[in-house]
Design a binder for this molecule. Structure first.
Ligand code: PEP
Ligand code: MN
Length: 336
């Protein structure tokens, strides 16, 4: 439930309403716009029965939020969020490009990738140290050793660092090294991990689950924000459909749909969405055109030698060309 205050409501009126809500054991989430203040109520709203909040001074109207996610809901927070991460921000007006190898394989592979993606204009280095592989016999990642290379890459290039965590143990190690945690598609509904990431307060990229609806995805984000961490960025990475020509099907409509339902920024990962290098460029352009706040792209010094996801990884040259080709799309979309 949200309480929309009148444009001229005094701060005393807002305080009176918030005190009343808190006195019933409910949480308040205040959103102060230029003209209107919105008071979000989190918790069991039946506790407010009989308190006549609608006739309290300065109250314009009460709107019931029917969705189960509240704090990530646009109705609670009509302005799009800007998420500070490392030395930058993710959100409206910007286009954040995160690039790098699927997995951190060795020191030189990661460092050369970092220099290359930085030169082409990326602001984040991605690289998996804990790899959630379909087969237990595939390369599982370098774990902390890989994170040390990530840290070195940040010191050398100034890039922000993002790394996926697949367990609480991985998270406890990764927080010592990274600017942003990534929750992968396979862990989108690992609620215990989501709660811990929420408690950590560290910015998090939450990928959409392989077969998750948009509402399930936003509920996963609600798990993180309800533990006190509002620094969440969503990432559409394709969903399972009957189509086999691509690894997954990029749900391009998810971007405008998320825009209407949530204030959180959304990135697109065309690499995992398609599994095919040749489709990364057209879908990156589509993502920017449709209003995405950024891209996550796999880049490798030698895609054919990659230990994971080589077929979808771009070479340094291909990534550089893509970044140049994106410029007119960014200008049209009003993104820097
Ligand atoms: C990744 O980004 O490395 C990854 C495994 O992606 P996803 O969780 O989207 O499959
Ligand atoms: Mn990958």
């Amino acid at each position: 439930m949200i309480i929309i205050m009148k444009p001229n409501a005094s701060s005393e009126a807002v305080e009176k309403v918030t005190n009343l809500i808190q006195s019933k054991g409910l949480q308040v989430h205040l959103s102060k716009g230029d003209e209107v203040t919105i008071v979000g109520v989190v918790g069991d709203k039946t506790r407010l029965h009989g308190s006549n909040i609608e006739i309290s001074d300065g109250v314009d109207k009460i709107v019931n939020v029917t969705e189960s996610y509240k704090l990530v809901n646009k109705k609670f927070h009509p302005e799009n969020s800007v998420i500070p991460v490392g030395n930058t921000v993710i959100g409206p007006g910007t286009l954040t490009v995160m690039a790098g190898p699927c997995a951190i394989e060795n020191h030189d592979q990661l460092l050369s990738s970092a220099y290359a993606v930085k030169k082409s204009g990326a602001t984040f280095l991605r690289g998996g140290a804990y790899k959630p592989r379909t087969s237990p016999y595939s390369f599982q990642g370098l774990e902390e050793e890989g994170l040390k290379y990530m840290k070195e890459a940040r010191e050398a290039t100034g890039l922000n660092i993002i790394c996926e965590v697949t367990s609480l143990r991985a998270m406890e190690t990764a927080v010592k090294y990274v600017d942003m945690l990534q929750i992968g598609a396979r862990n989108m509904q690992n609620f215990e991990l989501l709660k811990e990431v929420g408690k950590s307060g560290i910015p998090v990229l939450l990928k959409r689950g392989l077969a998750a609806t948009i509402d399930e995805w936003l509920n996963a984000a609600e798990y993180i924000i309800s533990e006190g961490n509002p620094n969440i960025v969503l990432c559409e990475r394709g969903i399972r459909t009957y189509e086999t020509a691509t690894r997954n099907t990029l749900d391009i409509s998810a971007i405008p749909v998320i825009r209407t339902k949530s204030h959180l920024p959304i990135l697109v990962d065309p690499s995992h969405a398609t599994g095919v290098r040749a489709y990364v460029e057209p879908l990156s352009k589509a993502a920017v055109a449709v209003g995405a706040d950024g891209l996550m792209i796999e880049v490798h010094p030698c895609p054919s030698c990659a230990l994971s996801d080589g077929p979808q990884s771009l070479t340094f040259e291909q990534f550089d060309t893509l970044m140049k080709d994106l410029k007119p799309y960014m200008d049209l979309a009003g993104r820097k």
